[in-house]
Design a protein around this ligand. Structure first.
Ligand code: 1PX
Length: 221
């Protein structure tokens, strides 16, 4: 069962990363729009998984939770219906001048800039999952995670954040223990699940990237 944006409790039992990654499948509407609630739910599940890896990651999860909360607040606000999909959010915020385009000023918590941070992190996830999927027994999760980070999010982070993130990655459990934490089953089942879920994550990433590119929003402050 997947937690809904804005609801209070998360079912604790039987947590499996499969449910989380499959959430990204439900993000896509028939006409290839991205449903904000499903996107946000995907991130909630990922953060929950990250929390289970230990408190060293809490500085990362705090920032992610903060961004998730900003999106939920937009969704629950009086114009919440305008935030139903990422496409409708972009249109609404741009049409109404609700996005700081040059520097953070009147709209420091616009949906567009907040979502962009999660979108960049989704690229990290895509790269990391692909590395996990194609890894071998002796591959190191810390190296896979660091490489994925350096090829994506790192270029958007200040030195101090990069340093802290890279240090945290060093204490990631080894591949076997990491797969166990995912609670999906055997290594073969993990690999199969990743193969199943990844196309949806990639699709969601691609569509968002294109949307932001079209509107020149990829460098929002
Ligand atoms: C599995 C280990 C988890 C590795 C997580 C990799 C991502 C590392 C991100 C480090 C972010 C550090 C915290 C601060 C970030 C902010 O400066 C920065 C910029 O925000 P601002 O413009 O508002 O200032 N924020 C961000 O870039 C957003 C970061 C959001 C990170 C979400 C990470 C969730 C990770 C979920 C892990 C799930 C793993 C599943 C694998 C099978």
């Amino acid at each position: 069962m997947v937690k809904m944006a804005g609801s209070d409790s998360v079912p604790e039992e039987k947590f499996s990363l499969k449910e989380v990654l499959i959430t990204f499948q439900s993000c896509l509407t028939d006409n290839q729009e991205i449903v904000t609630d499903s996107y946000v739910n995907g991130w909630r599940g990922l953060v929950r998984f990250m929390n289970s890896l230990g408190s060293i990651f809490s500085f990362i999860s705090k920032d992610a939770v903060n961004k998730i909360q900003i999106m939920v607040t937009h969704r629950n606000g009086e114009n919440g219906d305008k935030y139903e999909t990422l496409q409708s959010m972009v249109k609404y915020e741009l049409d109404n001048n609700l996005v700081d385009l040059q520097r953070r000023a009147e709209h420091p918590e616009s949906g567009c800039r907040t979502l962009l941070r999660l979108h960049r992190a989704l690229r990290w996830l895509e790269l990391f999952l692909e590395k996990l999927r194609t890894s071998t027994e002796d591959s190191k999760t810390s190296v896979m995670c660091t490489d994925a980070y350096n090829d994506s999010l790192a270029q958007h982070h200040a030195w101090i954040i990069r340093k802290a993130a890279t240090m945290a990655f060093c204490v990631l459990p080894g591949r076997a223990a990491f797969f166990q934490t995912m609670n999906v089953g055997s290594t073969e089942q993990v690999v199969a699940m990743l193969g199943e879920a990844m196309p949806f994550i990639s699709k969601v990433y691609e569509i968002t990237e294109e949307l932001y590119k079209q509107h020149n929003l990829l460098e929002l402050p």
